[in-house]
Design a protein around this ligand. Structure first.
Ligand code: DQA
Length: 148
């Protein structure tokens, strides 16, 4: 099983961002935790980060055929990224959306999630644990729904 782990704008700055919202771990540290968790379940992860919506779309279009699912923190694209939404739908892959902070308990603009409805689940507010929980849910879903 191969899962794409995608992070959008500004998530490369984790560790230097508002620790109250996003915790203190860097993206590399979060990815390392995810990697160990996935390895223990014999799942392979492919990591991608970009600050640019179009680059994430290019990546999805290139990688979809060889992947079984997508774990994504779209950053602020969550709130306005309609072309990212379309690209995610076009993959036809199972998707879990994750957020470090609780986007429902912050500024009003963060309560708008244009990806709503396309992900199996949306895990938020648990800081780095959102990623682990999200990955676990995605793997379970893929295992329970795979044709072989
Ligand atoms: C975020 C929440 C977004 O509103 C914000 O723009 C981010 C990170 C989160 O993980 O909590 O960059 O996706």
């Amino acid at each position: 099983m191969k899962i794409l782990v995608i992070n959008g704008p500004n998530l490369n700055m984790l560790g230097k961002r508002d620790a109250k919202q996003y915790g203190t771990l860097t993206l590399a540290q979060i990815n390392k935790q995810l990697g160990s968790f996935a390895e223990s379940l014999s799942v392979s992860l492919k990591f991608f980060h970009s600050n640019h919506e179009g680059e994430i779309i290019d990546y999805l279009q290139e990688e979809t055929d060889s992947a079984d699912g997508i774990l994504i923190n779209p950053g602020a694209l969550t709130h306005y990224g309609y072309s990212l939404r379309d690209a995610l739908i076009d993959t036809k892959l199972p998707i879990v959306e994750v957020h470090l902070s609780d986007i429902d308990r912050r500024e009003d603009f963060r309560k708008i999630d244009v990806l709503a409805g396309i992900a199996l689940d949306n895990i938020k507010g648990l800081q780095e644990k959102s990623y682990i929980l999200g990955l676990e849910k995605l793997i379970n879903y893929i295992r329970n729904n795979s044709k072989v």
